[in-house]
Design a binder for this molecule. Structure first.
Ligand SMILES: Nc1ncnc2c1ncn2[C@@H]1O[C@H](COP(=O)(O)OP(=O)(O)O)[C@@H](O)[C@H]1O
Ligand SMILES: [Mg+2]
Length: 669
């Protein structure tokens, strides 16, 4: 008998019921009988499908093998809704059974696609990989079609407010047309494929196969949605609006449904228009943070604000934020911890003192670097006799590498001390780099090695997430950042050393709650601390971490501040590699006015050619400059991302003799 007709009921109620039947075309009576029997049992909105039977393709078997009973392979694919509503294939397994009977999920023992195809006679690896890619494409397209359809439905039609399909199973058969293998989708279901894949995973446990792959993207999606739901409508006091580089915060806050009450010194700050309430209050003189906190607490009370959290993304405002949290009884690291972290030499000396405690091994003191606080030429003289040269001189409360300089001897130290004392006196000389605390400096021993950032999420002293990125060689003698890449190029043991060091340094300073950006260098003898920024990482970091790992450290900061422990996606599988370079007005003014104009860069960003992070909005060059923007390229391989970026930089005129991008990317191997 040649089967050619299939009769099957539709709707989820029939899942797993033995209701599908196969028939020969000539057997009209049987087909009719099958349909009538089903019709009797149908409920509202259910239906019956009579369709053509799709035969499994025949493989030519070697002659010596006795002809097998014809077998069919059923391919089960699970697709989850992942970040930004992207469908993502999470697992494929197969079931093999007789071709002349409906192949039930429950009637087969699941096995891999590869095993099934090999058994069936397909030996070529590239062909197997190609079939997998086809399954991925088609299954994801099926999910996409489903999501598009749902997007057009009302909340009621979808099943309620925020109801949506986050996971589907798609079943395929391998058929052939004119000798070409063809994947044919048989049905979409809500749970049979998921169950099959779960059985497969639990069977694999005894032989050490990976666990949890099927549901991982689904669970991540559920957790992301649940956390957004928890944060929606929270009232958050934000201290300090920061600059253009923090513009995304206000847009993201609106998308999350946060109610932001912003305290800011500049009454005309652009963010004043983007928040729930704007509180103008001048905080620039940070030596009076205690006083500011008292005033602000009064203002909060006057306005009757009921706050769920209080935080800042701006380096200068971290101590004030901690004081406010203390006054409001909200979660944050202590003001003392923030002060220790904020002042660079104090951080190191504090960690060095912890050597004696010795309870935790290795001690956080291992990561500290000898340094001296400088307020006068006498301090400089004393420091120069204590510290081994070369050294690095920098502002105690500085940021953005402004005023940082490599020094070779005492004389250079005196000269640089003079220069900074003259050029950078208070906040108005260079807003936002900590001059509101004064312009004291420090001399620190130079640490050689590669430079890295570790962005940490810490809650009640527990590390909930850590993201490592690499920096290229800085421009000497001023140490401005040039290139970066993420995920790190380091082998896992080195990456682990950095994460451990960053975490211990934070805990060592008392930073128990918050999102922190720790800068370290990795020397031949392990990690050494450069500085701790007791806030979310700056520049492109939030954007990149979100793109690569699906974790939003901006939201994580809000969650910690509101006393909700964030759950971040397992960081195992990076989605892409990003490599970027900084553009500087001093180096790229010509390009930024022509080939790499803001419009041109934005257009390239829109087209997905580059990933642009704008850090400033003025094309003015100054001696103590900070980067204007970061231009990055993404690829599934780091090497390819580097090549793409280099090409772009050459075309745009970012690469030059004085700004050798090849050199800046040379560490990323
Ligand atoms: N002790 C040091 N050894 C080597 N390089 C250093 C040292 N201190 C600072 N640097 C370099 O200078 C850069 C800026 O210094 P940092 O302390 O991070 O100041 P800022 O707060 O301005 O970012 C660092 O990223 C690093 O490249
Ligand atoms: Mg720094």
């Amino acid at each position: 008998m040649t089967i050619s007709v299939v009769v099957k009921p539709s709707s989820w109620r029939w899942n797993g019921a033995q209701a599908v039947s196969f028939h020969a075309k000539a057997e009209h009576g049987c087909v009719l009988q099958a349909v009538l029997t089903l019709l009797e049992t149908l409920e509202e909105e259910e239906s019956i499908l009579v369709e053509a039977f799709i035969p499994t393709a025949h493989m030519v078997q070697p002659r010596s093998v006795p002809p097998p009973t014809t077998l069919a392979i059923r391919i089960c694919a699970v697709v989850c809704r992942s970040r930004k509503d992207q469908p993502l294939l999470s697992k494929v397994v197969c079931g093999v059974g007789r071709a002349d009977k409906p192949l039930k999920h429950q009637a087969t023992v699941p096995q891999t696609l590869e095993t099934s195809l090999r058994q069936w006679g397909l030996k070529d690896e590239t062909q197997i990989a190609a079939i997998y890619m086809q399954i991925k494409q088609k299954a994801e397209a099926a999910m996409k079609a489903f999501m598009d359809m749902e997007a057009g439905l009302s909340a009621e039609q979808r099943g309620g407010h925020r109801a949506q399909t986050d996971i589907i199973g798609v079943d395929f058969l391998l058929s052939s047309e004119e000798q070409v293998l063809q994947l044919v989708a048989l049905e979409m279901n809500s749970q049979l494929c998921l169950e099959t894949c779960s059985i497969f995973e639990s069977m694999g446990r005894v032989v050490g196969s990976p666990l949890g792959e099927v549901a991982c993207p689904l669970v991540e999606t559920m957790l992301r949605r649940a956390q957004c739901h928890l944060m929606e409508g929270k009232h958050v006091l934000v201290i300090g609006a920061g600059g253009v580089s923090k513009k995304f915060v206000w847009e993201a806050a609106r998308d999350y449904g946060l109610k932001i009450h912003l305290v800011e010194s500049d009454p005309n700050h652009f963010a004043s228009q983007l928040v729930q309430t704007f509180i103008h209050y001048d905080t620039t003189d940070h030596k009076r943070d205690e006083e500011h906190a008292q005033h602000l607490l009064g203002l909060v009370q006057e306005r009757g604000l009921h706050l769920d959290g209080c935080l800042s993304y701006w380096d200068d405002c971290m101590v004030l934020t901690a004081l406010m949290c203390e006054g409001l009884g909200l979660r944050c690291s202590s003001p003392t911890a923030m002060r220790v972290a904020k002042q660079k030499s104090r951080t190191h000396l504090h960690l060095l003192r912890r050597r004696k405690e010795g309870a935790r091994w290795p001690s956080a003191a291992l990561y500290a670097v000898p340094c001296c606080h400088l307020e006068s030429h006498a301090d400089v003289e004393r420091a120069a006799s204590h510290i081994n040269f070369p050294g690095v001189m920098k502002l105690e409360y500085g940021a953005g590498a402004v005023g940082v300089k490599l020094v070779e001897d005492a004389q250079q130290c005196h000269l640089h001390f003079d220069k900074i004392s003259r050029d950078l006196q208070d906040d108005s000389d260079h807003p936002g780099i900590g001059l509101g605390w004064g312009n004291a400096m420090l001399l620190m021993e130079y640490v050689s090695g590669t430079e890295h950032d570790v962005d940490l999420v810490i809650y009640e002293g527990r590390m909930l997430g850590a993201f490592v990125s690499d920096n290229g060689p800085t421009r000497v003698p001023n140490f401005t950042e040039t290139a970066a890449c993420m995920p790190t190029c380091l082998p896992p043991d080195r990456e682990a050393q950095l994460i451990r060091a960053a975490y211990q340094c934070c805990l060592g300073c008392g930073l128990t709650d918050g999102v922190f950006n720790v800068e370290l260098k990795l020397t031949a003898a392990g990690p050494k601390l450069i500085e701790i920024n007791p806030r979310m990482g700056g520049f492109y970091l939030r954007d990149w971490i979100q793109e690569i790992y699906g974790a939003d450290i901006m939201l994580a900061s809000v969650m910690v501040a509101c006393g909700v422990a964030p759950i971040l996606p397992a960081r195992s599988r990076p989605r892409t590699h990003l490599v970027g370079v900084m553009c500087l007005v001093s180096q790229h003014l010509q390009a930024l006015k022509s080939t790499a104009s803001l419009e041109a860069l934005q257009a390239l960003h829109e087209r997905g050619v580059i990933r642009l992070n704008l850090l400033d909005d003025e094309l003015v060059s100054s001696e103590y400059e900070e980067p204007y923007c970061n231009v990055a390229c993404a690829s599934s391989s780091r090497q390819e991302a580097c090549l793409k970026l280099l090409g772009i930089c050459q075309v745009l005129g970012i690469d030059s003799l004085h700004y050798p991008v090849t050199h800046f990317l040379s560490h990323f191997k």
